[in-house]
Ligand binder design. Sequence first.
Ligand SMILES: [Zn+2]
Length: 240
Amino acid sequence: MNNVKDQHKKRQTQTFSQIKFEQFWPILDRETLAWIEIKQDPHYALLSHAQIKRYVLESIQYGEAIAKQHTSKTQLKTLLNLLLQQGVQIKFIDLTHEKNEVRARYIRKPATIEIFRSSLIQIEQFFNKMGYHLSIEDLILLHVYHEWFHHLEETVIERTDETLPRILVKQTGPFKRYQTIAKTREIAAHTFTQHLLHISWSPLLIDQLLLLSEKNITKPQIREKFQELKQQAKTIFKEQ
Ligand SMILES: [Zn+2]
């Protein structure tokens, strides 16, 4: 009789690049997903359409450019060794973050990447439902690449938000206060991850689909919602 371990061994695993999202779900393009991300920035309302377009597109370009400087470390072991050399600790956290959507995080001092086990499980189950079985190494890579980008931002490269002009957020009398658009860092980190994993879809798509399917919204409703979002994004990106 086969024990569970044997069955597990026999099961074929797929890589992220083999996943055909469009066969199971309505999908969103990278620009629309990036726009959904920047919309959550606390200073979004202060941005003009032209600025939104610029900040989204330049963050995508930045993430891509940095990814091109790094050969893809497809073996998790190779990447973890590299991170150790760079002085980064990796920790797995058992508790679910109070904000469910937090998958992992980067802590500057001491340089640490924390990965929430609940996120690994959530993503594994999401793909299982589509009939895909991913290796734990790939699931970890998805998280580590993103946080590694933040580590690079803090240590080697310029922070994404600092590559773009600051926004005037407050003016009291002669005093002006300018701030960066923090969400641009997320857009770049997701692009970096997408590039290194060799996937055609943005990792942000997983979050959008999980968010909507957990609200018990049906696939046709999701399709409709995505159409609306695409249209809205298009009007912004179309502008000069
Ligand atoms: Zn991030």
